[in-house]
Design a protein around this ligand. Structure first.
Ligand SMILES: Cc1cc2nc3c(=O)[nH]c(=O)nc-3n(C[C@H](O)[C@H](O)[C@H](O)COP(=O)(O)OP(=O)(O)OC[C@H]3O[C@@H](n4cnc5c(N)ncnc54)[C@H](O)[C@@H]3O)c2cc1C
Length: 314
């Protein structure tokens, strides 16, 4: 049952921090934007709001996705029921509690419902992010993909593709908030890369699981997305699913899971390069484990088969 109107709570919080400062950045001839934020997900939206609150005008947010359910990972390639991270991690609210997930959720369902949540439901998180953009007034130009960046004196010339047409806009600064795509993209093992496209897909793609009904499916990998994909395939009526893991056990590995610690998140970027490399190598070596509920969702099916210690040809 709705408890209060999250919009009015948020609007009151915004009123109390005062109006947005005036744009203090002087216009420059030939420069369209002070900042272009590429990616309108949670990071890009939070950057856009923060820049506005810092008095930086002429900020434009673009996103390659068509908008609505197409953007970001939450309604596309993420298939878990609940976020993998703790509900208490700070989000895009920039310290304004009334703009945070908890305030949004409690306004809709009450404080007791929030207390009872162990982790945030994925669909709620997607709805909250939509609301966040609306209530903060972050406008995203969807269906606009950055395809090329060129220097233009001290500034940047950006080639943007919209509906097959490329236009050029100029910007002083660029924020790349491109999520998954900005981290190197998906990796498909060499042995599988040349298989016909209709018989394999990476979990980062949109997959029509209905086409797997009655089929035998192999899942390569044993982290969270692998288990989520296996479960969705079984829920969609796959004949059986075989999940192949290189590791010998799924037991938690003795590494610090930085995704759970806000302080680690906030300060990771400030660590010296050598320490970050050392951590990255450690994490890569240790691998990522799926949350227990992702495993339970798949193993609930008798036609799910887990193959541990499965190592292909080297
Ligand atoms: C399956 C899965 C589950 C995850 N679960 C969690 C979780 O539980 N908790 C958690 O904290 N994190 C999780 N993550 C990580 C998650 O992706 C990030 O926390 C969150 O989505 C990051 O937001 P973002 O705004 O940086 O990126 P995204 O939400 O990915 O948004 C990036 C946007 O950039 C756009 N874009 C990309 N390239 C271009 C371009 N060239 N031009 C224009 N636009 C472009 C994309 O269309 C996209 O909308 C998960 C990731 C995946 C893949």
């Amino acid at each position: 049952m709705p408890q209060s109107d999250p919009d009015s709570v948020a609007r009151e919080a915004l009123r109390l921090i005062g109006p947005d400062p005036q744009n203090w950045v002087p216009d420059l001839d030939g420069i369209d934007h002070n900042v272009v934020v590429v990616g309108g997900g949670q990071s890009g939206s939070a950057f856009a709001f923060a820049l506005r609150r810092a008095g930086i005008g002429k900020v434009s947010v673009i996103d390659a996705a068509a908008g609505g359910t197409e953007s970001g990972v939450w309604l596309t390639s993420a298939r878990m029921h609940k976020l993998r991270t703790p509900k208490t991690l700070p989000g895009p609210e920039l310290g304004l509690a009334a703009l945070g997930f908890q305030a949004w959720y409690e306004a809709r369902y009450g404080a007791a419902a929030y207390d009872a949540l162990d982790r945030i439901l994925r669909l709620d998180w997607a709805a909250y992010l939509d609301w966040y953009r609306k209530v903060t007034g972050v406008a995203v130009r969807y269906a606009t993909r950055l395809v090329r960046i060129e220097p233009a004196g001290e500034h940047l010339r950006l080639h943007l593709e919209q509906g097959g047409r490329v236009t050029v806009e100029t910007a002083r600064k660029l924020v790349l908030a491109t999520g998954f795509a900005g981290s190197g993209g998906a990796t498909i093992p060499d042995a599988l890369r040349n298989l016909p496209k209709q018989i394999h897909a990476h979990t980062s793609e949109r997959i029509d699981f209905r086409t797997l009904r009655g089929r035998s499916v192999a899942v390569i990998g044993s982290a969270a997305s692998a288990f989520d994909a296996a479960a969705v395939a079984l829920e969609a009526g796959a004949r059986d699913v075989h999940l192949y893991a290189r590791r010998e056990t799924l037991a938690s590995l003795p590494v610090i899971r930085i995704r759970g610690y806000p302080g680690a998140y906030d300060n990771y970027g400030a660590l010296p390069d050598a320490v970050r490399w050392q951590q990255a190598i450690r994490f890569r070596g240790a691998g990522s484990t799926p949350p227990p509920d992702a495993i339970s969702r798949a193993v609930a099916f008798p036609n799910f088969h887990l193959h541990l210690g499965a190592r292909g040809p080297r």
